[in-house]
Design a protein around this ligand. Structure first.
Ligand SMILES: *Cc1c(COP(=O)(O)O)cnc(C)c1O
Length: 461
C-alpha cells in the first residue's frame, strides 16, 4: 500500500512514512494510491464486534504490514482503554429515523481522541524501534490541541508544541492544553485566529531546513493516519443499524473536512452510504462552494461552535483531488489560486462533489434553538457543534436511517450550552478537578521566525 501526494510531485510513501511526515513536501496531502474494498460479507461480519476489532479489520488493509497483527491489536487496546464508554462510539436515538453517534467519551471529550489516542500509540511504537526523537507541532481551534497533548504527554521520544488562537478557545479547551505538567508539552497562545495558527504550522513544514533540523512531525487533521482512524466509526455505527443489508446516511459537523472525508473513504471501501451531509456553521465556505461552485474565503466569523470556525478547509483538497481525476498539477494550481482568495470548481469536478456530498448551514440562532429543542424532545443535551449537525440532518432526513455525529461533549462548551438550554452541563467525574489545576502557557506573536526560535530553544533545554 503506497501513499501519493495530492499535488503530484512529492515522493510516494509507505503508511508509516506518511504517518510520520504529515504534510507532503510539495505542499500536498497524502492519500492512498488505491482504496481497499471490503466485501459485503466482510462488512456484515463486523456486526456485534468490539470497537477495537472493527478498527483492526477496517484499518489493517491500509497499513501494508507496518505493524504486526499482534502489535496493532495491542496499540488499539491501549488507545481506547481510557474511554468512558464500553462501546467507545455509542449510538442513541433522537427520532424515528435519526440517530446520534456519541464520539465524545474519550479523555478530552471530543471525537479527535479517536484518532489522536491511536496515532500517539502508533508513533511511539514506530519511534521505539529506532530510538529516534520527533517534534510535533500542531495548530488547533481547540479540540485537536487538547487531544494531541493528552495523547502525547509524557511520551519519551516526542515533544509536542500546540499553537492555539489566544482568547478564541473555550476555557475547558484551554485548560485541557495548559494544565498537563509533563515537560514535553508546550501550549502556545498565539495572536491571531485559527487560520493564522494553521498557516504558521504550514510555514514551518515548508521550511525544510527547520523541518529536518527539529524532525518535525504533524498530527493535524491532514495526517492520513488520523483520517484512517476516523473511518472506523462509520463502519461500527452503520453495521449496528443494519448495513450492509441496508444503506445509512451521515451528517457531519464540518470544519477542516477530516471527519467527513473519513466517511467518504468508508463509502469507497464499500459501506453503503445513501447521503453524506456536510454541516457547517456560519463559516460556510463548503456549503457555498457546493451550491455555487465558487470556493472563496470570506473571513472567519467567531461562533459558538469554535472548532468549526475555519475559512480554509485543509482536507477538502483530498476530495478535490478525486474530483479532478487525481490530477496533481491541477490541484497545485487551484491551491495557488487559493492564496488570492479562491477559485471556481470546474463543472465536472463540481458534479462529482454534488453526487458525493450534500450540504447545509446552520446559523448561530438555529444552533441555540436546536440545543433547546433537542433537549425538550429527547432529553439529550447537545454541544453546539453537534447541534449544527442535528439541525442540518433534520432538513435532510429521508428513507435511510440518519446518523448525526456528535463531535464533542456539551461540558466542553458550558457557556454556550447554558445560554441555549438553561442547563450548565457538568464535566464527567474523571475530570471534575480541571478548574483547580495550575495552568502553564506561553503567549507568542504571529511570527514564523519568533516561533522557530522558541521551539529550538525549548528543544535545547
Ligand atoms: C474538529 C471538530 C469538528 C470539525 O471536524 P473536521 O474534521 O475538522 O471537519 C467538529 N466538531 C468538533 C467538536 C471538533 O472538535
Amino acid at each position: 500500500m503506497r501513499y501519493i501526494s495530492t499535488r503530484g510531485t512529492a515522493p510516494t510513501l509507505s503508511f508509516g512514512e506518511a504517518m510520520m511526515t504529515g504534510l507532503a513536501r510539495d505542499g500536498g496531502l497524502y492519500v492512498p494510491e488505491t482504496v481497499p474494498v471490503l466485501s459485503h460479507d466482510e462488512i456484515a461480519a463486523l456486526a456485534g464486534l468490539p470497537y477495537e476489532e472493527v478498527a483492526f479489520r477496517v484499518m489493517s488493509p491500509f497499513m501494508g504490514g507496518f505493524f504486526s497483527d499482534d502489535e496493532f491489536r495491542g496499540l488499539l487496546a491501549k488507545a481506547y482503554a481510557g474511554f468512558g464508554h464500553a462501546a467507545r462510539a455509542p449510538l442513541v436515538q433522537l427520532g424515528p429515523n435519526h440517530f446520534l453517534l456519541e464520539l465524545f467519551h474519550g479523555p478530552t471529550l471530543a471525537f479527535k481522541d479517536f484518532a489522536m489516542q491511536l496515532i500517539g500509540q502508533m508513533m511511539q511504537s514506530a519511534l521505539a524501534r529506532t530510538g529516534e526523537r520527533i517534534t510535533i507541532v500542531g495548530a488547533t481551534s481547540g479540540d485537536t490541541g487538547s487531544a494531541a497533548i493528552e495523547a502525547f504527554k509524557g511520551l519519551s521520544n516526542v515533544d509536542v508544541f500546540i499553537l492555539f488562537p489566544h482568547g478564541r478557545v473555550s476555557e475547558v479547551q484551554r485548560r485541557q492544553m495548559t494544565t498537563p505538567s509533563e515537560g514535553n508539552v508546550h501550549a502556545l497562545a498565539m495572536d491571531g485566529d485559527f487560520d493564522d495558527c494553521q498557516a504558521r504550522v504550514k510555514d514551518m513544514f515548508n521550511d525544510f531546513a527547520f523541518r529536518d533540523g527539529v524532525r518535525l512531525a504533524g498530527v493535524n487533521s491532514i495526517n492520513w493516519a488520523r483520517v484512517l482512524a476516523q473511518v472506523v466509526y462509520y463502519f461500527s455505527s452503520a453495521v449496528s443499524l443494519g448495513a450492509p443489508h441496508r444503506s445509512v446516511s451521515f451528517t457531519v459537523p464540518t470544519g477542516n473536512f477530516g471527519d467527513i472525508f473519513a466517511g467518504y473513504i468508508a463509502h469507497k471501501m464499500g459501506l453503503p452510504i445513501d447521503r453524506l451531509v456536510i454541516a457547517t456553521n456560519q463559516n460556510d465556505i463548503l456549503d457555498r462552494a457546493l451550491k455555487s461552485g465558487a470556493y472563496e474565503t470570506n473571513g472567519v466569523k467567531p461562533s459558538i461552535s469554535p472548532s468549526m470556525d475555519i475559512q480554509v478547509s485543509s482536507n477538502f483538497e483530498r476530495a478535490l483531488f478525486d474530483a479532478y481525476g487525481r490530477d496533481g498539477t491541477a490541484i497545485a494550481q487551484l491551491m495557488d489560486e487559493m492564496k488570492t482568495g479562491g477559485f471556481r470548481i470546474s463543472q465536472g469536478a463540481l458534479q462529482m462533489l454534488r453526487d458525493t456530498f450534500a450540504s447545509g448551514r446552520c446559523s448561530e440562532e438555529e444552533t441555540r434553538a436546536t440545543i433547546a429543542a433537542t433537549l425538550a424532545a429527547t432529553g439529550e443535551l447537545l454541544c453546539p457543534h453537534s447541534a449544527v449537525g442535528v439541525k442540518v440532518a433534520e432538513e435532510t432526513l429521508g428513507q435511510a436511517p440518519m446518523i448525526t455525529l456528535a463531535t464533542a461533549h456539551p461540558a466542553k462548551f458550558p457557556d454556550a450550552v447554558q445560554s441555549a438550554s438553561g442547563i450548565r452541563p457538568a464535566l464527567p467525574p474523571r475530570m471534575a478537578d480541571l478548574f483547580d489545576r495550575d495552568e502553564r502557557v506561553t503567549r507568542v506573536p504571529n511570527d514564523l521566525a519568533a516561533l522557530q526560535t522558541l521551539i529550538r530553544e525549548r528543544l535545547a533545554r
